[in-house]
Design a protein around this ligand. Structure first.
Ligand code: TYD
Length: 208
């Protein structure tokens, strides 16, 4: 059995912590689970990530940004995700191509059809079986990201209007494809959000 689930949402929704926690729980019950994050997840992708996150790169254009995310993704799909799925593992990915649609598409205003076309090329047409959206409004999300100890990156520096468009974009993507998206209200307590995400993944495993 193989299952590919992606975790999406605006910054500060807690998805990364929940992704790692659920992976640990599934592993403890005997599943083979691989946890990945984008951008990165491979040695080449991690180098691309440094370029993308570097706060000195203030002149990066949205087009270059999107292609770098896509390059990291192309490497991750072929080097890591496809082999893991072929081996019957569960793959949990903290962000995937829907992040590009939300951030570079809705956030920066790049044409969505162009992004979809390049994405199909980059991923070879691989789509997640299901996507969990950790929905939170832009202001609360950014406030949570400002807590001491959390990494503040180049994309966090974009204006709050950018992050509002990202959030709206995610909600639009989710409502256009309700069979593949599950929306969680990430402004609730961590325990509640975790419990809802856990329940949904259990359901997905049951329906395999
Ligand atoms: P990261 O520190 O991993 O943030 P988070 O914990 O919120 O996932 O940084 C990833 C940043 O890159 C985040 O701001 C979202 C952004 N991003 C895009 O703009 N497009 C993409 O395709 C991906 C994968 C991420």
């Amino acid at each position: 059995m193989s299952l590919f689930i992606t975790f999406e949402g605006p910054d500060g929704g807690g998805k990364s912590t929940i992704c790692r926690t659920l992976a640990g729980e599934l592993q403890a019950t005997g599943y083979q689970v691989l946890v990945l994050r984008e951008p990165g997840g491979t040695p080449i992708g991690d180098q691309v990530r440094q370029v993308l996150m570097d706060k000195a790169n203030t002149s990066m254009t949205p087009h270059a940004e999107f292609l770098l995310f896509s390059a990291s993704r192309a490497q991750l799909v072929r080097q890591t995700i496809l082999p893991a799925l072929s081996a019957g593992q569960i793959v949990l990915c903290d962000r995937f191509f829907h992040s590009s649609f939300a951030y570079q598409g809705f956030g920066h205003g790049l044409n969505l059809a162009d992004l979809q076309q390049v994405t199909e090329f980059a991923t070879g047409g691989l789509h997640p079986h299901a996507t969990l959206l950790f929905d939170i409004d832009a202001e609360s999300g950014l406030r949570r990201r400002q807590k001491p100890g959390l990494e503040w990156n180049r994309l966090d520096d974009y204006a709050v209007e950018f992050h509002r468009r990202v959030r709206e974009g995610y909600l639009q993507l989710a409502s256009a494809d309700p069979n593949h998206w599950y929306v969680l209200d990430a402004s609730q307590s961590y325990e509640r959000v975790l419990a809802q995400a856990r329940q949904h993944i259990a359901l997905l495993l049951q329906n395999q």
